[in-house]
Write a protein that binds this ligand. Sequence first.
Ligand SMILES: [Zn+2]
Length: 160
Amino acid sequence: MAELCPCGSTRAYDECCGPFHRGAEPPTPETLMRSRFAAFAKRDFAYVWKTLHADHAEKRDGASRDAWLTEIREGTKLLRYKKLRVLDVSEGPDAEGYHHVLFHVLVMRHRQDVSFAEDSRFLHDGEGWRYVAGTLLRNRELPKPIEALTFDTFWKAATR
Ligand SMILES: [Zn+2]
């Protein structure tokens, strides 16, 4: 049996996020987002770095790739990225040109649930879609049920 993609698409990894991890460019902000989650799940942090936009805070501040990779490997060592749900996707760019994807990830640190939802902002840099920044809310801050979250209800909770 082919390995299922960690992004939850129910497709084979080799036909889903695998090609992006091997160098193809995801065609949309959502496919980029899914492939970044799959990279976290597979601990392919070189891909996570590659898909940060030049305007991402740490890249903009001149973080070195090697130092960043060491730090994220350390920082996520105890985390298990178990499940992704894409909840809402913007139809086009907002007033500042960002494309948005709202998603929830189930993350465990040992037996502690450290899951969160995030509104991620993406830009195309001429080569491909890249992650710029996100706003994150922990499970306890989220309106329930989580699968019914929209940009609207997420931001109502975020600005409460
Ligand atoms: Zn996938």
